[in-house]
Design a binder for this molecule. Structure first.
Ligand SMILES: [Zn+2]
Length: 253
C-alpha cells in the first residue's frame, strides 16, 4: 500500500510510464524521464536523416564545427548515429579560423577536444592562409563597423574551400529550428522572397560544388542546450551559463 501511495505521488514518464519524469520536454511539453529524452532526441534526428535521404552510404561528410553548442552536439550525435545505424559515412570536422584573438582561438580548443573525443579527423582553414589576412587585421583597417558582413561572406567561402580540400560530398551545419525561424522572420522583414523560399530547405546548394544540409532543422535550441549535460560533452563555461538561464524558463531535472 505504502509503495502504491509513493508511486502515485511520483509523476511517471509519459513515454515509458516506468521511470520518474525528470523534465518537461520543450518541444512537446510532455513530462518525460532522462533516458527517454535522449532516446527521442536522437531518434527524431535519425528519422529526419532517413526521411529526407540526407546521406548515401560511402559519402564523405564534413561537419561545420565552430566549437559552439550546436555543432558540438551535431558532431557527437552524427558520429553516434553513423555507428548505430551503419550509415557508412566518413565524417570530418571542418573549422574556420577567422583570426579573432580571444574568440576563435578558445572555441578552436573545443573543436580540437572533439577531434580526440569522437575520433573524427579535423581540418582547420584559416583566413590568413586563404586570403592573406586575419579578422583582427581587417578590424584594424576598417574599424568595428560593418566587419560582420566581411566575416559572414568570407566564412561561407572558407567553409566551401575547406570542404573542397577534404574532398567531401556534403557539408552539414548545426542550424536548428530556432535559427531557421529567425532567418524566415529576417527574410520577411527584408522582403527577400528568393531567400525566403530557400532558407527553410533541409538541403541547399545542390546545384553548387558542395551541397549543405541541416540535420537539426526540426530540433529545438532548448533541447540542444540540455542534451550534452547527461553525456559530459565538454563545452566552454559560457554554455553552462546559457544552460542555467534555460533552466529558469523550463522545468528540467
Ligand atoms: Zn521514460
Amino acid at each position: 500500500m505504502e509503495g502504491n501511495h509513493e508511486k502515485a505521488r511520483v509523476r511517471l514518464c509519459y513515454l515509458c510510464n516506468q521511470r520518474r519524469a525528470a523534465l518537461k520536454r520543450p518541444k512537446t511539453l510532455e513530462q518525460i524521464c532522462r533516458e527517454c529524452f535522449y532516446e527521442v532526441f536522437e531518434e527524431e534526428i535519425h528519422q529526419v536523416i532517413v526521411k529526407n535521404q540526407l546521406f548515401k552510404p560511402g559519402e564523405r561528410i564534413a561537419i561545420g564545427a565552430s566549437g559552439g553548442k550546436d555543432s558540438t552536439v551535431l558532431a557527437y550525435v552524427l558520429s553516434e548515429l553513423n555507428r548505430r545505424h551503419n550509415y557508412g559515412l566518413d565524417l570530418f570536422l571542418l573549422s574556420v579560423d577567422e583570426g579573432i584573438t580571444g574568440y576563435r582561438d578558445d572555441s578552436l580548443e573545443t573543436v580540437k577536444r572533439n577531434e580526440l573525443q569522437y575520433g573524427l579527423p579535423l581540418k582547420i582553414v584559416s583566413y590568413k592562409d586563404l586570403y592573406g589576412w586575419t579578422m583582427d587585421e581587417i578590424v584594424k583597417t576598417i574599424g568595428l563597423k560593418n566587419n560582420c558582413t566581411f566575416c559572414g561572406v568570407f566564412r561561407r567561402q572558407a567553409l566551401d574551400r575547406g570542404a573542397a580540400l577534404l574532398k567531401v560530398d556534403k557539408l552539414v551545419t548545426g542550424h536548428n529550428a530556432d535559427d531557421i525561424a529567425e532567418t524566415v522572420l529576417l527574410n520577411i522583414l527584408r522582403g527577400d522572397i528568393a531567400r525566403l523560399s530557400r532558407c527553410t530547405s533541409i538541403t541547399t546548394g545542390e546545384d553548387g560544388p558542395i551541397p549543405r544540409c541541416k540535420p537539426f532543422k526540426y530540433t529545438y535550441e532548448k533541447e540542444i542546450v540540455i542534451y550534452p549535460y547527461g553525456y559530459g560533452v565538454k563545452f566552454p563555461w559560457i554554455f553552462f551559463i546559457a544552460y542555467c538561464i534555460s533552466l529558469l524558463s523550463v522545468s528540467y531535472w
